[in-house]
Design a protein around this ligand. Structure first.
Ligand code: HAX
Length: 434
């Protein structure tokens, strides 16, 4: 048994006991009441899930096992010579609740490198799709093709006991995380570099190797990938991708089935696809205004035009957050450090100055501030990753870290199948309408 797994195994019993005792004493207490408007309103503000890996505060933003993004940047190990946190460290923190040291992070890196070989049929499945298929379609097909390797599916068929479910789930989760960068890079090189693929470099860290396989050897870009993979990893349990993974996983669907469900959700324009939509929208604005850097007045008019056409301003707003997303701020700080005069970064900054007041003036947008997706594309374009249709795949690779930790824990504590109740308008009317 590898040391990470061994350590995780030792945590299961105490954690299960803690939950059992807590439930015994407080199981009948209420977390909150549900209003009819919440039943119709996408369950906004209803706390009905457990997610141990991270928690989102509307004002403060995300904390991973209690640590904010600036704290992660300070406390998680970096690549030698680098400054950004290594996603391997965040994975370990989310899985165990403990901050890793350099050795532990290296162990996670080596563990993933050992597991990273992608079976050839996965590439054949991707190659069977037209090159024009959206990268998220190819990504999900690749994930489903990886499923032939599922240890959980094999073990379940053999009749594994409930208590052991977490073990093959851990194996599947680790294998999936280890293999996703290769699958993502394969899609990118297939679509945009004539299928000229780049072999992995096992000496590199997980995110650095992804940058390498995509074809970017610039050290700053590798640092960007480490930051990117860290900040996109998790956003508590109720967002569409995380919840989809948890929901599908609750039927004992294995890691591949569950993760691909999450990726189908991430591919929606109100969720992860917003990162592609932001750059598409910014480029369209620039083109329509004749190129160059638009003035604040021009941006303001363009935003109003977008709204008047009944469209959303991509990269702004959030279902939970009520302030600027700290993931936006972390990327803004990266840009200020590495590319302060980049024209697209200056445009993103101007948009930030203009959009919130316009959204506030609509009187209906609850959060007029930018989210993670408002910034990520500008950084990628700066280093030459301009093919914005691909951006959500990068988000997806990162999202495996949080969602797979969650799935391992769900199997370890024996989380039950999800089955919330539903009702009808007629029944609600009968009960409440005078
Ligand atoms: N532009 C225009 N209108 C917006 C808006 C925006 N950026 N954000 C919210 N609104 C509108 C909503 O469409 C809604 O309008 P209707 O009442 O006419 O339906 C109204 O304002 C109230 O919405 P809300 O309560 O403020 O927001 P929701 O919780 O319903 O939705 C969304 C949150 C993120 C989906 C929303 O803000 C949005 O569509 N933003 C743009 C797309 C985007 O950036 N998505 C990425 C979010 C972060 C993420 O998940 N990343 O992966």
């Amino acid at each position: 048994m590898d040391r990470i797994k061994e350590q995780f195994a030792s945590m299961i019993e105490p954690a299960s006991l803690e939950i059992k005792e807590f439930l015994k004493e407080y199981g009948d207490e209420k977390v909150g009441d549900v209003k009819i408007s919440q039943v119709y309103g996408g369950m906004r503000g209803v706390t009905a899930l457990i997610c141990e890996t991270s928690k989102l505060d509307p004002e403060e933003g995300i904390r991973f096992r209690g640590y904010s993004i600036p704290e992660l940047q300070e406390k998680l190990p970096s690549y030698p010579g680098g400054q950004e946190p290594l996603p391997e460290g965040l994975f370990y923190l989310m899985l165990t609740g403990e901050l890793p040291d350099d050795d532990t992070v290296r162990r996670v890196s080596n563990n993933w490198a050992r597991r990273s070989i992608v079976p050839p049929h996965v590439f054949k499945v991707i190659d069977a799709l037209p090159e024009t298929a959206h990268p998220m379609t190819q990504f999900v097909a690749g994930i489903m093709a990886l499923r032939t390797e599922s240890e959980f599916a094999k073990a379940y068929r053999k009749g594994i006991a409930k208590k052991e479910y977490w073990d093959p789930t851990y194996e599947d989760a680790m294998n999936l995380i280890a293999r996703l960068p290769r699958v993502a890079a394969y899609i990118y090189r297939r679509m945009y570099h004539n299928g000229d693929h780049i072999e992995p470099d096992s000496k590199l860290d997980w995110a650095g190797n992804l940058a390498h396989m995509l074809g970017f050897e610039n050290e700053e870009f590798k640092e960007l990938m480490r930051l990117y993979m860290t900040i996109h990893a998790d956003h508590e349990g109720g967002n569409v991708s995380a919840h989809a993974v948890k929901l599908v996983g609750s039927a004992l669907s294995d890691s591949y089935l569950s993760f691909s469900a999450g990726m189908n959700g991430l591919a929606g324009p109100l969720h992860g696809l917003a990162n592609q939509e932001v750059i598409r929208w910014l480029f369209a604005m620039r083109d329509e205004l004749g190129g160059g850097l638009p003035s604040k007045e021009q941006i303001s008019n363009y935003v109003k035009q977008t709204l008047s056409e009944g469209k959303v301003v991509p990269g702004f707003g959030h279902a939970v957050l009520r302030k600027t997303d700290p993931r936006y701020t972390a990327q803004r700080e990266f840009a200020q450090k590495h590319m302060p005069h980049d024209e697209l970064f200056v445009l993103v900054s101007r948009v930030y100055e203009v959009v919130p007041d316009i959204l506030k003036a609509t009187g209906k947008v609850k959060n007029p501030w930018p989210n993670v997706d408002a910034h990520s594309g500008a950084l990628l374009v700066h280093y030459g990753l301009t093919q914005y249709d691909f951006y959500t795949v990068l988000f997806g690779v990162s999202r495996a870290l949080g969602t797979m930790c969650g799935l391992i824990w769900d199997r370890a504590i024996g989380a039950p199948i999800e089955r919330p109740g539903s009702t009808t308008t007629e029944l609600l009317k009968k009960e409440f309408a005078k």
